[in-house]
Design a protein around this ligand. Sequence first.
Ligand SMILES: [Zn+2]
Length: 112
Amino acid sequence: MSETPFDARAALLAERDRLLAELAEGIVAPDPMTYGSQAAAATQVFEQQRDLALRERNQHQLAAVEAALRRLDDGTFGTCARCGKPVAAARIEALPWAAYCIDCQRIVGRRG
Ligand SMILES: [Zn+2]
């Protein structure tokens, strides 16, 4: 262990592994036997759409994690990508892939 209390790189690598594993699982192919009724078919479509949405979110998250790992390498990690001020340590511990400080995040909107 280093003297740094929070290991952002380890947290980012763990998150990347988790996302890659989830993405690798992919979308389960529909089983024709489950198309027994209209209701079952509708459920299947709903589940596929939900999987797609989850997959999109994971890919977006993966991009954010990889960008944060690049910032660790180029030394800009922990600095807000918008205003250049340091990002609060508590925020980095909660969201190591966050590119913005909390004020800028409110301005640019949405999660990240
Ligand atoms: Zn900022």
